[in-house]
Design a binder for this molecule. Structure first.
Ligand SMILES: Nc1ncnc2c1ncn2[C@@H]1O[C@H](COP(=O)(O)OP(=O)(O)OP(=O)(O)O)[C@@H](O)[C@H]1O
Ligand SMILES: [Mg+2]
Length: 398
């Protein structure tokens, strides 16, 4: 690449340097090529390129001649030695008969013990101010560098400064793009989470209330047809209360509040109230008053609502039992019935997600709520043997 610059010619040097710095996509390769170019143009024996890290430390990042990378790169604290001063002041420096003490530095310069070296150090100044790197050309033969050589080297170094600045800007842009993408992903995830929450609250809260509203209205219709006015009025009143609840559930689902029953009564009493409103099945509740975080109470309440709703819809059961206890450090919610049972999936997993999601949301919703709390959900059932849904939430802390 640079063999075509045998003699020092500033114009050729600058145009070759700007071409390679502009075209070479890899910064380390561009720096190594520039080190070689500068060495050959100034008839030196080699060139070290020091990068400057965020903490100001100088690190040799390219060399000519190319050497196998040492185990530890040559590092110098900010402002240390002549190179550090060049970086700090942005002014070139020439050292004649220099005798570096650092063994790794001597090795990179190819010096024998006791051998002296002449060095020209130029700052790669960044267009935004400050110094982006230092280029240090060395000659084993004793040598004073001329002002023309220093100027030419400085111009090449400034091109390097521009290139390093561009590389930093492009990496900052890359970081920005990555951060932007993760922000978008987080936003989408949050939206998806919110969509699931609204769907879950509508499903577990509102549809349950609507189902029992339908029941009360049907019962009222039958009673009124048979002129059993007292029972009919009772059912209309129950329907009215249930409609109020459905309305409140819908409003809370939209605004992100918890079930109104839970808000008013807390978990244990909320479960009792929920069980009382269930038509056709006698639901007993055995719930300890546990001091649980609100979000855990909300999840457990929704799970119980849906499990009881399933008993009403599918089990054809006479009795059901809802129990909430602390077992060790875990919280166990269990809803069991004496109904017809079904081919249950056992330990519920995300494999359920592929099923008829539109019409069978319940088990999947329970599973997702439990999973969010780091617990597990199991459904045990046999045809004719009833069904038990158990949610275990581990190590709840308040
Ligand atoms: N306690 C139960 N007794 C008998 N079968 C049940 C019981 N619980 C659930 N099932 C069966 O499991 C199926 C899946 O229940 P899931 O709650 O996921 O959906 P769904 O109740 O049919 O619909 P959704 O809950 O979305 O309104 C039910 O359709 C029913 O066949
Ligand atoms: Mg269901």
């Amino acid at each position: 690449m640079t063999g075509e610059v045998p003699l020092f010619d500033e114009r050729t040097l600058l145009s070759t340097a700007s071409r390679l710095l502009a075209r070479e996509p890899s910064l380390p390769v561009a720096l190594a090529d520039t080190a070689r170019l500068l060495t050959e143009a100034l008839s030196g024996d080699g060139c070290l390129v020091y990068g400057i890290e965020a903490n100001g430390e100088l690190v040799v990042s390219a060399t000519f001649p190319v050497r196998p990378p040492p185990k530890e790169p040559l590092r110098m604290p900010s402002g240390f030695g002549v190179t550090g001063r060049v970086a700090a002041d942005g002014i070139p420096a020439v050292l004649v008969d220099d005798n570096p003490r650092n063994a790794l530095h001597r090795e990179l310069l190819g010096l024998e013990p006791g051998q002296l070296v002449s060095r020209l150090c130029v700052p790669a100044r960044s267009p935004q101010g400050g110094c982006a790197a230092v280029l240090a050309v060395h000659s084993l033969a004793r040598r004073e560098f001329t002002s023309g050589e220093i100027d030419a080297a400085q111009r090449v170094a400034d091109l390097v400064g521009l290139r390093v600045q561009l590389a930093r800007a492009s990496s900052a842009l890359g970081d920005f793009e990555d951060r932007w993408e993760s922000l978008v992903a987080a936003t989408v995830t949050a939206q998806e989470g919110e969509r699931r929450r609204v769907a879950g609250d509508l499903h577990d809260g509102v549809t349950q209330a609507l189902a029992s509203l339908t029941f009360h209205l049907s019962a009222a219709e039958v009673a009124l047809t048979e002129r059993d006015y007292d029972y009919g009025i009772d059912q209309v009143r129950a329907a009215r209360a249930t409609a109020d609840l459905a309305f409140a559930e819908a409003r809370n689902a939209i605004s992100g509040l918890h079930s109104p029953v839970l808000e008013d009564l807390g978990l244990a009493a909320g479960l009792v109230s929920m069980a009382r409103a269930v038509p056709n099945v006698q639901v007993e509740v055995d719930a300890q008053d546990l001091d649980l975080p609100v979000y855990v109470e909300a999840a457990l309440f929704r799970i119980a609502q849906e499990a009881v709703q399933n008993v009403v819809k599918h089990a054809d059961a006479v009795r059901a039992l809802v129990s909430l206890v602390k077992r060790g450090r875990s919280i166990v919610l269990r809803v069991s019935d004496d109904g017809r049972g079904f081919d249950a999936p056992g330990r519920v997993s995300s494999a359920l997600r592929g099923r008829d999601a539109a019409s069978q949301y319940g088990l999947m919703g329970m599973y997702e709520r439990v999973q969010l709390l780091g617990g597990h959900l199991s459904v045990t059932s046999d045809r004719g043997e009833g069904t038990t849904v158990e949610a275990v939430i581990p190590e709840v802390m308040n």
